[in-house]
Design a binder for this molecule. Structure first.
Ligand code: ADP
Ligand code: ZN
Length: 681
C-alpha cells in the first residue's frame, strides 16, 4: 500500500485545512528520516509534527513523554481521531496493557507512547526492536537538561536507545535558551547536530500585562473575578502562598486548588487530572506545575509574584491559549520579588558564569516589567525577533506616562552612596523625604546634604522610583547584607550626569480595568455556551477531557460559522472525518435545533468531494425512479451502492456493473446518467 500523503491525513484525521508554516518544514524533515530538533512555542503544534509522520511512515513511532496523565490524554485524543495509538505507562490497567500488546503484535499500532521510566528496564530495547520501531519522538526534550527544574534522569537513557536502535530521533521543546539547546544536542543526538528548527515565538492571542504590586491579593482576586468560570493558573513564588491564595479564591466563589512540589505525589496527580478534565478550575501553583499540563483551553495565567527569568515568564504565560483562542495574563511584581529572585540566584550552587547569565535573564524580565512601550515587541526582541507594536498588551492599550526622572534618580543614588550602601529603600526614602525617624536621628542621617532633598515626591512615588531603577538594574539589593542597596555599573553614567533617564509616572497606579475579552461576539455567545454544554456532556459520558471532543477554538468557529449541514460542519477547522462521524450530528443539532437526517452511508462522505458526487447521483436517480416518462417500475439504488459509486468513480458501464448491487435493470435505468455525472467530476 502506498504511504498516505501528509496533506491528506492533515485534513481527514486532524481536520486542519493547512499546516502552520513552521510545521510543514518540520514534518518534511521528520518524514525524510532526518534527526530533528524543533523548538516551538507552546501551542505551536508540536505534537502534529511527529504524529503525522508516524502515520505516513512504516513501522511504529515511539513517543517518549514525561507525564503519564498527559500521555493518556494524547492517546485518547488520537483514538478519538481514529488513529491507532497506545501507551505503556505505570498508570495502565492490565487490560489496557494487553490491548496495546495485541495491537503491536497485529502490526496495527502506529504510535506507542512510553514513560521515560520504562527505558530503565532491560526488556524495553528488545521490545522496541521486535515491534519495528522506526522513529523516536521525544516530547519536552529539555527534560534532559540538568539545569532545568524539569530534569528527568531517565531522559539520559534516550541517547543510548537511539544508538542501539539506529533510527532517527525527533526532539521537541518550547525552551529556547542556547545552553539547553546545546545540552539536548549533546545528550540526545550524541553531539551530532540535528536539523534544527527554531521559530515563531510570537503568541499573538495571549494578552500581556504587568502591574506593580499594590494590594497583590486584591489584584489577583479582581483579575480572577473578571474571568469567573474560565480555567486559569495563578503562579506564586512560595508553597505557603499557594494554599493561602487558593483558599481566598475559594472564598470568593471560585473552584480553586493549590499545587506545589511539597504535596504527596498522589495529590499532585489528582490536581493535574482535575485541571485537565474540569472546565473552569483555577490552580494556584508554584513553578512545579508546568509540564503536567497539556490543556489547550487555559484562558488565563496570573503571576502573583515575579517569575525568575524572562524565559520562565514566557514559558509560564505560554501555557495559556494553546488552542489559539484569546487568553489573558497579568504579572505582578514589586521590590521584594526582585530581592527574592536575586537572592535565589546568588545563593544557588551554579558556577559564577551561570549566575551572571541568570541575573541577565532576570534583568531582561525586569526590563519587560518596566517597559515604556509595547511589551510584545520587547519580549520578541529578546528572542531575536522584530515586530510591530501589537495592540494586544496593556501598554499598547494604555500608553505609559513618563517623566524625566534624571534629577530624582540622582538624588536617590547619592542617598545610597552617602549612607555607605548600607540601607534598604525604606530608610533611604525617609532621608530623601526628610522624615525624622529614630533611625535617621540615631545615625545622624538628618545631617546629610541629601536629607529632605526629595520632598517634591510622595513616599509612594519614591517607592516607584526605587522599584523602577532596581528593575533597570541601576541598583541591586545585596543578599549578604540583608538587602542593602548598592549601585551597579549601569548607575554611574546617570550619577555623573552623562545620561538622562525616564521613568513612568504611573508607577504605582492601580492597574487599569481592561474589559474582559469575550471569545465570541455577544450574538454568538449563547450558541457557544450551548455547544460547550454539549461538549461537556459528551466528555463526561466518554470520561475524557472536554478538548478531546473538540478544542475551544473549534467550538468558537462553529458558533461563528453556524454550519447548517454535516458537509459544512466538515469544513470547520478541527473537525476531521472520524470526529465528524462521532460527534458531528450532535453538535449540528445544537446549532440548527433540528435532528440531523442523513443516511450513515452518506454521513461517511460528509465534507468530501465524494459527498457532493453522492448528492448529484441521488438527485438524477430521484428523477428516474419511474423511468424517463415517469410510468416505469419503481427502481432505486441503496445508499451504500451510491456511496461506492461516488468513491470509486467508474468510467464505463462495465466498471459500474462491477461495483455490484445494481443488476441489469438499474444499470439500464441509471447507468448512462450516472456515468455522465462521473465524467464531469
Ligand atoms: P504544543 O505541543 O506545541 O504546545 P499542540 O501540539 O498541543 O501544541 O497544538 C496546539 C493546538 O494547536 C492544538 O489544539 C492543536 O489541535 C492545534 N493545531 C496544531 N496544528 C494545527 C494546524 N495545522 N491547524 C490548526 N490547528 C492546529
Ligand atoms: Zn503591545
Amino acid at each position: 500500500m502506498p504511504s498516505p500523503e501528509p496533506e491528506a491525513l492533515l485534513s481527514t484525521v486532524f481536520g486542519f485545512s493547512a499546516f502552520r508554516p513552521s510545521q510543514e518544514e518540520i514534518v518534511r524533515a521528520v518524514l525524510e528520516g532526518r534527526d530533528t530538533l524543533a523548538i516551538m512555542p507552546t501551542g505551536g503544534g508540536k505534537s502534529l509534527c511527529y504524529q503525522l509522520p508516524a502515520l505516513c511512515r512504516e513501522g511504529v513511532t515511539v513517543v517518549i513523554s514525561p507525564l503519564i496523565a498527559l500521555m493518556r490524554d494524547q492517546v485518547r485524543g488520537l483514538r478519538a481521531a481514529g488513529v491507532e495509538a497506545g501507551a505503556l505507562t505505570s498508570g495502565n490497567t492490565e487490560e489496557e496493557t494487553e490491548e496495546v500488546f495485541a495491537a503491536l503484535d497485529a502490526g496495527r499500532l502506529k504510535l506507542l507512547y512510553m514513560a521515560p521510566e520504562r527505558l530503565g528496564s532491560s526488556a524495553t530495547l528488545p521490545l522496541l526492536r521486535r515491534i519495528g520501531t522506526r522513529l523516536i519522538a521525544v516530547d519536552e526534550a529539555h527534560c534532559v537538561s540538568q539545569w532545568g527544574h524539569d530534569f528527568r534522569p531517565d531522559y539520559l537513557r534516550i541517547g543510548d536507545l537511539r544508538k542501539a536502535l539506529g533510527v532517527p530521533l525527533a526532539a521537541f521543546t518550547a525552551t529556547a535558551d542556547a545552553e539547553t539547546r546545546e545540552e539536548i544536542v549533546a545528550r540526545l543526538f550524541g553531539g551530532r547536530t540535528p536539523a534544527t528548527f527554531l521559530k515563531g515565538f510570537d503568541r499573538p492571542n495571549i494578552h500581556l500585562a504587568f502591574a506593580a504590586k499594590d494590594q497583590p491579593r486584591r489584584q489577583i482576586l479582581n483579575f480572577a473575578a473578571a474571568r469567573k468560570g474560565l480555567s486559569g493558573i495563578v503562579y506564586c513564588a512560595t508553597r505557603a502562598k499557594t494554599d493561602a491564595l487558593a483558599a481566598a479564591l475559594r472564598e470568593a466563589g471560585h473552584t480553586a486548588i493549590a499545587y506545589h512540589a511539597g504535596m504527596e505525589a498522589d495529590d499532585r496527580r489528582l490536581a493535574e487530572t482535575r485541571f485537565q478534565r474540569e472546565d473552569g478550575l483555577i490552580v494556584v501553583a508554584t513553578v512545579a506545575f508546568g509540564m503536567g499540563i497539556d490543556k489547550p483551553d487555559i484562558r488565563w495565567v496570573a503571576h502573583a509574584d515575579l517569575p525568575k527569568s524572562i524565559e520562565a515568564y514566557y514559558q509560564e504565560i505560554g501555557r495559556a491559549g494553546r488552542d489559539g483562542a484569546p487568553a489573558e495574563t497579568l504579572t505582578l511584581y514589586g521590590p521584594e520579588d526582585i530581592r527574592l529572585r536575586r537572592a535565589q540566584i546568588d545563593e544557588g550552587l551554579a558556577p559564577p558564569e551561570r549566575k551572571a547569565a541568570d541575573h541577565a535573564r532576570l534583568n531582561a524580565l525586569l526590563g519587560l516589567a518596566e517597559a515604556l512601550s509595547c511589551r510584545r515587541q520587547k519580549l520578541l526582541a529578546y528572542f531575536g525577533e522584530t515586530a510591530e507594536p501589537c495592540g494586544n498588551c496593556d501598554l499598547c492599550e494604555n500608553p505609559a506616562e513618563v517623566f524625566d526622572a534624571t534629577e530624582a534618580v540622582r538624588k536617590a543614588l547619592s542617598a545610597i552612596l552617602r549612607t555607605g550602601e548600607n540601607y534598604g529603600s525604606g530608610h533611604l526614602i525617609d532621608i530623601l523625604t526628610g522624615t525624622l525617624t529614630n533611625k535617621v536621628r540615631d545615625r545622624g542621617h538628618d545631617q546629610l546634604p541629601t536629607f529632605g532633598v526629595g520632598r517634591e515626591l510622595s513616599r509612594g512615588a519614591w517607592q516607584g522610583v526605587f522599584r523602577q531603577i532596581t528593575g533597570q538594574d541601576l541598583i541591586r539589593p545585596d543578599a549578604e547584607r540583608h538587602g542593602a542597596l548598592r549601585l551597579t555599573e549601569t548607575a554611574l553614567p546617570v550619577l555623573k550626569g552623562e545620561t538622562r533617564i525616564e521613568l513612568r509616572k504611573d508607577a504605582v497606579r492601580t492597574a487599569p480595568k481592561t474589559a474582559v475579552k469575550t471569545l465570541v461576539s455577544e450574538e454568538d455567545a449563547p450558541l457557544l455556551s450551548a455547544l460547550k454544554a454539549k461538549r461537556r456532556a459528551l466528555a463526561e459520558a466518554a470520561r475524557v477531557p472536554a478538548y478531546v471532543i473538540f478544542p475551544d477554538r473549534t467550538l468558537i468557529e462553529m458558533a461563528e460559522a453556524r454550519p447548517g449541514t454535516l458537509d459544512e460542519m466538515a469544513r470547520v477547522s478541527g473537525v476531521g472525518a472520524k470526529k465528524l462521524e462521532s460527534y458531528g450530528a450532535a453538535f449540528l443539532e445544537v446549532i440548527t435545533g433540528a435532528r440531523v437526517e442523513m443516511h450513515p452511508a452518506r454521513r461517511k462522505l460528509a465534507g468530501t468531494e465524494e459527498g457532493s458526487l453522492f448528492d448529484r447521483l441521488e438527485e438524477v436517480q430521484r428523477g428516474l425512479v419511474r423511468g424517463l416518462d415517469g410510468t416505469g417500475k419503481y427502481l432505486s439504488c441503496t445508499h451504500t451502492t451510491l456511496r461506492r459509486i461516488a468513491e470509486t468513480r467508474p468510467k464505463t458501464l462495465s466498471d459500474l456493473d462491477r461495483i455490484g448491487g445494481l443488476g441489469e435493470q438499474k444499470l439500464d435505468r441509471f447507468g448512462k446518467a450516472f456515468l455522465e455525472i462521473l465524467s464531469d467530476a
